[in-house]
Ligand binder design. Sequence first.
Ligand code: HAM
Length: 444
Amino acid sequence: MRDILGADFYTYQGFFEKASEIAMYYGFRPIETPMLERENVFTSGVGKETDIVEKEMYTLRVRGGEKLALRPEGTASIMRAYIEGGMHTMPQPVMLYYYGPFFRHDKPQRGRYREFFQFGLEVLGTSKSIADAMVIQIMTTILKEAGFKNLCVLVNSIGDKTCRPHYIRELVSYYRKNMGDLCGNCRQRLKGNPLRLLDCKELQCVALKENAPQSVAHLCEHCKEHFREVLECLDTIKVPYSIDHTLVRGLDYYSRTVFEIIDDEDLICIGPRDEQKKPAKENKEKDGDVEGAPEERALPLALGGGGRYDYLAKQLGSKKEISAVGGSIGVDRVVEAPQLVSLTPRIIKKPKIYFIQIGFEAKLKSLTVIEVLRKARIPLVHALSKDKLSIQLAIAEKYGIPYVVILGQKEALEESVIVRDMSNRSQDTVKIEKLEDYLKKKKV
Ligand code: HAM
């Protein structure tokens, strides 16, 4: 967990503003959910046997015995809000965006913090494939606008409750035959969460993945059709993607489409369905543990990920199934990337005035003058702790600020200030009540 301040704060702010603006143009509305939720929102939603819930969730027991958790992700909370808020009565689908801090007690390492920031999109109340493609498109658009030029969407379909059990049986049977070659963790996962075996980075397990059964080969007709449509949409909107048969993601709520977005010059993912591209699985670092050989650590981290979660609502206690899809961007990874372009937040205003005060009387009046300038919407900088005129003038000069407003003892008594034009050093004495008009005439 870190403090974020100065230029870094503005970079985060600039990114959130840009991403929100893009989401808004696509018809998304903002939502903010609490940072603390009842623990079972995540144990039931994300899944008890996921790393996020099992190993990484910060939980606390409050007076009365209730167990709460610091949110490790946003999707389960948003579905909870949809159900509790009766959003099914609104026109469907409900399209929401959000950003803020999330918490996972992970090993601190490159691109992985215990408090990190996400920007997320959720489309609730539709099973249509166009929604999957839209989420992927908006996420890549946001990343493109942030400066990423070699984006590739790794995509897979893990089926639904009709076809996935068959696939899991095949997968378990394959891995059982190779039990002796599995790492200790994977032997455990085989019992509780066999899909996660495809996510393992241990060398012996990576080798086994090569010949493991692929989920797309076991899709039922509906899931096959859905996946085909998602890819067709991506082709149409020219989003570069690569089908990654080992992509399963670390959260249990997914069904059908799952995806991650990386930025990687070496991964040939230039066109839609480019048969010549290198298989993504050989190149990427999985969004999970980053242990392994040093060269693996240099591989790209996922900038974002997501997928469809048609059964999450029922897992959270809804009587009805609510089809939904979404994704989120890891903002820390974005703002730390060398390719990031500057995204200046609206709140930053280039100062037009350096305000100088000298002496006690002036200090008393200074807040009045600053308020006059704020009402006139003129951004300024000042150093209320400094007393020497020469030091303050030197600061104004250093930052190239066009005008200086000086409030001395005499001016404070006369309810006036001196306005100095730094380009030619000319200056006028102006009554405080006339200051706004004077500066407007000067086009400050
Ligand atoms: P996730 O893959 O766990 O998905 O996280 C999304 C992104 O957040 C990752 O791709 C990564 O960039 C970033 N991220 C995750 N953990 C950390 C960390 N410890 N430090 C820094 N960045 C991190 C979800 O959270 C899902 N809720 C996404 C989703 C939305 N699925 C459907 N809707």
